[in-house]
Structure formats: structure tokens, C-alpha cells
Write a protein that binds this ligand. Structure first.
Ligand SMILES: Nc1nc2c([nH]c(=O)n2[C@H]2C[C@H](O)[C@@H](COP(=O)(O)OP(=O)(O)OP(=O)(O)O)O2)c(=O)[nH]1
Length: 291
């Protein structure tokens, strides 16, 4: 049977689109948009972790019926487009329908990532062949594919926030020197990193500062405005208070850290975006005095 195919051009880098399609929340959100419920094995509906080989997505809904999608990450060779994981095989629908395979292709084009979803229906019997030819069922499958692509496109359009911590103690703020990538190595920043999809800014900063400096913090208010890092990326500086100021800072990703007073703020070679934060950091240091 001819696969039911939907395509969409998503104006984002291929790697980003591939990562989005492999996120489990994209599949649970698609099910919800179709009036169904999806449960990925061992994960709650808000999980943004990538799907793993062997994961099962149980889908239940009045219009979709009940079936399970088994994630199969074996890539299949394809000459003219990149087939990315997840290759999903749909198995064991509860009705008389046989099996189906969902394949995702992502091709790099000058206009963005061209995503193709193919659903191959494989009837298990003559009766199933008849049911699968039913236009209403085929329309529903196509609508499901288009919904998935629409949700992936919306996710690609979400702004990526990089949180940076202004760790203030004793009237000084902690700056850290990057050791990677080569283009940024040697320049100074406020420690932090990217907020994962679905993660709060405070949770992301707490996680990043634990990973990068081995410290526990309480996250406070934003300092200064969001600073644009690119078309869909901003730098957001948040105050962070060390829960145990006596504990030594142990940088794992930076090759140097230093505490700066308001007067020393101009000394390091900051990343470009951070320059815009310096006046706000100076005000924050002055306002709080010696905390
Ligand atoms: N953390 C941090 N990143 C900054 C600052 N200023 C600035 O332009 N950036 C840029 C540099 C990077 O391109 C990006 C943050 O990337 P990152 O490498 O720190 O984030 P991450 O730990 O989540 O990275 P990853 O390894 O997971 O990709 O934001 C800043 O003050 N702090």
C-alpha cells in the first residue's frame, strides 16, 4: 500500500529538528492535540528526554483507539535524504488492523529542514486491508502526521534561553573563564548554560552551577534585560546565592574563576553579550552592599 505521507519545511537547523522529533514530549503533545493520551514507558507526560531504543508509547483515545508504538532507532539507509532516529514501528493495534511503520526523514535544504513522515500500513488480513483502505482512517492518519509536524515546527520556534548566574557574595560577583569551544575559550562569562525544554530557569541554573562549579544555590531575581544571542536565543542573568559560602568553588568546565568587585567588573575580556549586563551587575552589587 502507498505510504501516507506528510511533509513540512521547518526553518531551523537539521540537528535541532532531529533533536526535537526525538523528544518524547513532542509525541505526547501530538496525541493530546488529537484528543488522545500518550504514555511513554516510565516517563510522565512532561518528559523532554529523548526517546530511547525499545521505548514504548501507549496511545489511547476515542478516535485513535489503543495502540502501542515501539521505538526502533535502527537507521535505514536512504540515498537522497537523511533518515534520523527515531524510526518508529507501530505494533499491536488492538483492532483488526495489522501493523504499521512510521518513518521520519529529515533532509537539509537551503530553506531549512524538510521533514517527511511516512506511515506504512501493513494489513494483517483481507479484512484489515479493507479497513485500512477506509478513507476516514487514512484521513485520520494524515491528520496525525500533520499535527506531529506542526508541533515540531512550533517547538523549533521556541526561544532558547541561556541562564547565567550572578553569584554575589561579600559585595563581589563570580566570573568564570571559558575553556571551550575554541572560539570562546579565554573569554569570561557568568557561569550557566542552556535551559532544557520544559525546565524552569531556576532549575536550569541550579543544575548548571552544580555541574560546572560544584555549588548549591538559591536562585533570585533577574538582573538586567534579556540580551539577544541570536535570532532565537537570549541570555538571561539571574542572581544566585551560595547556600554554603564556605564550600570551595570547584570549576569543572572553566579554567579560571575570579571574584570581582564593582570597580573590577571591566577588567576581564567578557563575552560580547555580557558587556550589556555589566552596568546592571554594577547596580546590583552597589544596591546589595556586602551580602
Ligand atoms: N553560560 C553562559 N553562556 C553565555 C554567556 N554569555 C554568552 O554569550 N553565552 C553563550 C555562550 C554559549 O554559546 C551559550 C551557552 O552555552 P553553554 O555551553 O554555556 O551551555 P551548556 O552548558 O548548556 O552547553 P551544552 O554543552 O549543553 O551545549 O551562551 C554567559 O554569561 N554565560
Amino acid at each position: 500500500m502507498i505510504p501516507l505521507r506528510a511533509t513540512m519545511l521547518i526553518d531551523a537547523p537539521v540537528e535541532q529538528v532531529c533533536a526535537i522529533l526525538a523528544r518524547s514530549d513532542i509525541w505526547t503533545r501530538t496525541a493530546r492535540a488529537l484528543g488522545a493520551r500518550a504514555q511513554v514507558t516510565g516517563r510522565d507526560g512532561a518528559s523532554f528526554a529523548p526517546l530511547a531504543d525499545g521505548d514504548r508509547i501507549a496511545i489511547t483515545g476515542p478516535r485513535t483507539g489503543s495502540f502501542t508504538v515501539v521505538v526502533d532507532l535502527d537507521p535505514v539507509a536512504q540515498d537522497d535524504s537523511r533518515l534520523i532516529p527515531p524510526l518508529l514501528r507501530l505494533t499491536g493495534p488492538s483492532g483488526p488492523v495489522g501493523a504499521a511503520t512510521i518513518r521520519l526523514f529529515v533532509a537539509d535544504t537551503p530553506a531549512g529542514a524538510l521533514v517527511t513522515v511516512d506511515v506504512d500500513l501493513q494489513p494483517g488480513s483481507r479484512r484489515a486491508r479493507f479497513l485500512l483502505a477506509w478513507p476516514n482512517l487514512r484521513r485520520r492518519v494524515l491528520r496525525g502526521e500533520q499535527t506531529l509536524l506542526g508541533i515540531a515546527a512550533l517547538a523549533a520556534d521556541e526561544v532558547q534561553v541561556v541562564v547565567a548566574g550572578a553569584i554575589v557574595a561579600g559585595g563581589r560577583v563570580l566570573a568564570a573563564r571559558r575553556s571551550a569551544p575554541a572560539s570562546l575559550a579565554g573569554r569570561w562569562e557568568l557561569p550557566g548554560g542552556k535551559v532544557d525544554p520544559g525546565e524552569s530557569d531556576a532549575a536550569a541554573l541550579t543544575r548548571e552551577l552544580r555541574e560546572e562549579l560544584g555549588v548549591e544555590v538559591e536562585v533570585g531575581e533577574q538582573i538586567g534585560p534579556d540580551v539577544a544571542l541570536g535570532p532565537r536565543r537570549v541570555l538571561r542573568c539571574l542572581r544566585a546565592r551560595l547556600l554554603d559560602p564556605t564550600r570551595p568553588i570547584e570549576p569543572t568546565e572553566h579554567d579560571q574563576v575570579r571574584w570581582l568587585t564593582a570597580d573590577e567588573l571591566d577588567e576581564p575580556d567578557w563575552l560580547d553579550a555580557d558587556d550589556e549586563l555589566l552596568p546592571h551587575l554594577r547596580t546590583a552589587l552597589a544596591a546589595r552592599g556586602h551580602d
